[in-house]
Design a protein around this ligand. Structure first.
Ligand code: AMP
Ligand code: ZN
Length: 692
């Protein structure tokens, strides 16, 4: 018997023979299993029984256990890997993952085509479009090198994505190795991961039965599942995926969307259903109507249709704007509206004391999601829409927007409906409410209001703030109601003994939570500013502020003028930050956090995940054909070295790289660059900048 860990060098001739045979058998088993996975998960058309399948898998596992050195990462046994340590690492996308422009009417689709024609400069051109359902899931980009799954990135901020490979690998309909021949040397495929409707409902039922909060919609549930630190957890969630796009491709020539979708299918991917290549807008609209009539049967949520220019050459001519490609548009289905009864109105106190009336509804299904609460925005709205308790109302949900009560149906009143009273006192703490000048919302003025405190603590520990896991909503509510947390800074003074008071919390869990809190005490400045929960200061505003002040000390001394003059910010933010920082209670909270060991790290560009490289801070535009690489490869090089690439010449562009103009004497980019005095460089000079 060969020893398990033995190297081949120690094996005798006979053993080597045997190992070679095993290697062949393993390879054959993997191919078979992969084929049956594809039949089952992609085609929905298995040709062997579960028992037969299990036998194949068992045999493969057995052999791999005997020869662990023959295990490869793309083996079907390797779908569920080890727990992820720490955070998901981030990587740049070779080509940014952009958003799409929206169209809400037929007219806007015609306008889209008009823009294309004008851009190309040919009124008579007939465009071919690919018309596909828009999948409302979580976008993903997967890299395959020589046909083998190597990395999966989320969209992230479009430029950098999170590497969630271990979790994506657990999705059985995604090939770990591409099928068929004609395999590209390198490909980045793009698509959408989603949770099937029935899985979503199952998961929510389970969460509810455990006293946990259910997810609002399948997309949130899917995103949550993809961010699990234990791939085994993700595997349980039974996610699925469909594909429709590409980043860089090398080794196979693909000329248009039709070829892409056909190839993706042959390589073993599920592609978007009901796609069709059509000519002109009239046919486009016909096919939109077809997709609309089918969209409720799709296993994923779909809120519209994506219309894309079919031809890749035309696409590259049309290019991209800052946030979206010029060659595609998303047509959004009209928001679905339904009727139901309004049972009650609850007033919710937010993090900054604002009261929001929330309609409690007789549960009703809208676009596949069960809705039992909808916002009424503020009290003026209730009055304006003339809503009473007991009314029949119209409710709307569009995309990821919170459901909203549109209006009451007066003709269905029976005369027993009750007026909604404007509250005078805070429902959480009893303080007298007030309405700030120029505002429609009522507010609770009490800084120690438990409802506000709960929201502020939830915010403090949330993912993009201190990111403290294990302090869930109910836990926080309990800690506040028992008086253990009286101020946000108390999070950092929690003791094990405080946590042990709660049912279901044992020594191990309590120790773990305290450890997690301690581990997260070091925090970059922008996250800290965000964590404070200052009104009007979301993540991106916090980043802008951190960038301006660099250190906690100088931020704490910030004055109105300094903040208001940050590019992109205005008086509302400045006012809010300054009055927050002036408040004695807030000063004390910050002081106590620091005393408890919170360490706020100075702002660094890296915090923003912008790579420092030779090209950092430099913006490039390309024109003409490059000799040594494709445009996409050049873009990738720039990004990897910390630079940026854009398609339009503006005064902030640092260099225009001029390739072969193929007989032309100038291009529009070149002309514009000359006008603005942008530096022009050759391909050689560009390469030298990187090598230096
Ligand atoms: P949005 O983020 O709403 O601007 O929509 C753009 C996103 O829609 C893209 O980044 C994709 O992730 C997603 N998407 C869903 N289905 C498709 C599709 N068939 N083609 C292209 N993008 C799609
Ligand atoms: Zn209150």
């Amino acid at each position: 018997m060969p020893d398990k860990m033995g190297t081949e060098g120690k094996l005798s001739g006979k053993e080597l023979d045997e190992k070679e045979k095993v290697r062949e058998e393993i390879e054959k088993l993997r191919k078979e299993i992969q084929y049956h996975d594809w039949r089952y998960y992609v085609l929905n058309d298995p040709i062997i029984s579960d028992a037969e399948y299990d036998n194949l898998l068992r045999r493969l596992k057995e052999l791999e256990e005997k020869y662990p050195d023959l295990i490869t990462p793309d083996s079907p046994t390797q779908r569920v890997g080890e727990k992820i340590e720490g955070e998901f690492p981030t990587f740049p996308h070779s080509i940014p993952m952009l958003s799409l422009d929206n169209a809400f009417s037929e007219e806007e689709i015609y306008e889209f085509e008009e823009r294309l024609k004008r851009f190309i400069g040919d009124e008579g051109i007939v465009f071919e479009y690919s018309v596909e359902p828009k999948v409302d899931g979580v976008s993903i980009e997967i890299i395959y090198e020589n046909g083998v799954f190597t990395k999966a990135l989320t969209r992230g901020d479009g430029v950098y994505g999170e590497d969630v490979s271990p979790n994506v690998k657990t999705i059985k309909s995604i090939p770990l190795r591409l099928l068929g021949d004609n395999i590209p040397e390198y490909i980045e495929v793009r698509g959408e991961i989603f949770m099937k409707r029935d899985e979503f409902e199952k998961l929510n039922k389970e969460l509810l039965s455990q006293g946990k909060k259910p997810f609002a919609n399948p997309r949130n549930a899917c995103a949550g599942s993809l961010k699990q630190i234990d791939p085994a957890e993700t595997a349980k969630r039974k996610l699925d995926a469909v594909f429709y796009g590409n980043g860089i491709i090398r080794g196979v020539e693909i000329k248009n969307q039709k070829e892409l979708l056909e190839n993706l299918k042959n390589w073993g991917f599920k592609v978007v259903p009901e796609w069709k290549i059509v000519k002109g807008i009239k046919e486009t609209i016909e096919h939109i109507n077809h997709i609309y009539s089918k969209h409720k049967e799709f296993p994923f949520e779909s809120d519209g249709v994506v219309i894309k220019v079919n031809d890749f050459k035309l696409r590259s001519i049309l290019g991209e704007k800052a946030k979206s490609p010029r060659w595609a548009i998303a047509y959004k289905f009209p928001a679905e509206e339904v009727t139901t009864r309004l049972l009650w109105v609850e007033f919710q106190v937010g993090r900054t004391g604002t009261l929001t009336p929330v309609a409690i509804l007789e549960p009703v299904r809208i676009s596949g999601v069960l809705v039992s609460r909808a916002t009424l925005h503020n009290f003026d709205e209730i009055r304006r829409k003339n809503i009473k308790i007991g009314d029949w109302v119209w409710v709307k949900r569009s995309g990821d927007v919170i459901p909203e009560v549109i209006k009451s149906i007066e003709d269905r009143r029976k005369g027993i409906e009750i007026d909604i009273e404007e509250p005078k006192k805070c429902p959480a703490c009893g303080a007298d409410l007030y309405r700030p000048e120029d505002e429609v919302a009522l507010r609770c003025p009490n800084m120690s209001c438990p409802a506000q405190l709960i929201e502020r603590v939830k915010h403090l520990v949330s993912r993009n703030a201190f990111d403290i896991e294990g302090l869930g909503e109910t836990f926080i509510e309990n800690l506040v109601s028992k008086g253990i947390i009286k101020d946000i800074s108390d999070v950092f003074y929690l003791r094990k003994i405080d946590l042990l008071k709660f049912q279901g919390v044992g020594n191990i869990l309590a120790t773990k939570i305290i450890e997690r809190i301690n581990k997260k005490k070091e925090i970059p400045l922008h996250r800290f500013i965000f964590a404070l929960g200052i009104r009007h200061v979301g993540e991106s505003v916090a980043k802008m502020i951190a960038k301006r002040f660099k250190t906690l000390d100088s931020f704490l001394k910030a004055n109105y003028q300094e903040i208001a003059s940050i590019y992109g910010l205005g008086p509302a933010v400045a006012q809010s930050v300054v009055s927050f920082l002036k408040d004695e209670k807030n000063k004390m909270s910050i002081k106590r956090m620091l005393e408890a060991g919170v360490k706020v790290l100075d702002y660094k560009e890296e915090d923003q995940q912008i790579k420092k490289g030779k090209l950092s801070g430099k913006i490039f535009v390309f024109t003409g054909t490059l000799k040594s690489m494709t445009r996409e490869e050049a873009k990738k090089l720039v990004i990897e070295n910390g630079g940026k690439v854009t398609d339009t010449i503006t005064s902030s562009v640092s260099y225009l790289v001029v390739g072969d103009l193929e007989g032309k004497t100038t291009t529009s980019k070149l002309q514009k660059a000359e006008k603005l005095g942008i530096k022009k460089i050759t391909e050689e000079e560009f390469l030298k900048m990187i090598k230096e």
